[in-house]
Design a protein around this ligand. Structure first.
Ligand code: ATP
Length: 214
């Protein structure tokens, strides 16, 4: 049972790591892979490079049982459509249970993703529920899909793909944006992200000027 948590991770922080641990424990994943995306094209500000974001993730998961980094999107050229990523992972993993982990906000916008109906054929969808976010904002197609596909931890384990599971996670009000700004203004950012990642950011002189902290 493998879960994939995608993001920019610029930088990775305890909001990401804690959620992943809770999902691992609650749903019984053997492995959660943190999957950094290429720099989004619309973000032309000089934040951390792909290699630096990868290095920070590797430091953050080092020694954490069941946590790993998935580099598939960094290795591929061109735009990273999630459906193409899942096609490649499915080829690698054969019939293993594979879950794409999404925040509720991402799930509510999933109908705008490329070939979105294929996602559920390739993986389960695990949706992290946060306070204040509800499915009532979902359109009729998404609500119908939810009703048809709603499952639990046993359903995730029992099939390779095809279920939607809602999982509440502790809300930690930490964002990478907040960390970039804090680093730029010289704040002490300990306890928001791992010390090893803070040390790396200092060594590489990341997020030092205002333009890199947007
Ligand atoms: P930024 O502030 O740069 O937009 P971010 O902190 O939201 O970044 P991302 O790398 O974009 O981090 O997030 C990757 C995934 O982790 C997304 O699915 C996002 O919803 C989720 N996530 C980010 N921060 C938290 C948090 N504090 N608690 C739970 N999930 C989070």
């Amino acid at each position: 049972m493998i879960g994939i948590l995608g993001g920019t991770f610029d930088p990775v922080h305890y909001g990401h790591l804690r959620c992943a641990l809770e999902l691992k424990q609650t749903l019984g994943f053997e492995q959660i892979r943190f999957m950094p995306a290429h720099q989004p094209p619309h973000r032309d500000v000089p934040a951390a490079s792909a290699a630096q974001r990868l290095a920070m993730l590797e430091l953050a998961v080092a020694g954490a049982p069941g946590f790993a980094v998935e580099t598939i999107e960094l290795r591929r050229n061109g735009p990273s459509y999630t459906v193409d990523t899942l096609l490649a992972l499915r080829a690698e993993l054969s019939s293993a249970s594979l879950s794409l982990i999404l925040g509720m906000d991402a799930f509510l916008g999933i109908e705008s993703w490329s070939r979105w109906e294929r996602l559920i054929e390739l993986a389960h969808l695990v949706i992290m529920q946060r306070p204040g976010q509800s499915l009532s904002a979902a359109g009729p197609r998404l609500r119908a899909l939810m009703q048809e596909r709603l499952g639990d931890a046993a359903a995730l384990r029992g099939a390779a793909a095809g279920c939607i599971v809602l999982c509440p996670v502790t809300q930690l009000d930490i964002s990478a944006t907040r960390i970039r700004r804090g680093m730029a203004s010289g704040e002490d950012m300990r306890y928001l992200l791992p010390d090893q990642v803070i040390d790396y950011i200092r060594r590489e002189q990341l997020y030092v000027c205002a333009i890199s902290t947007q």
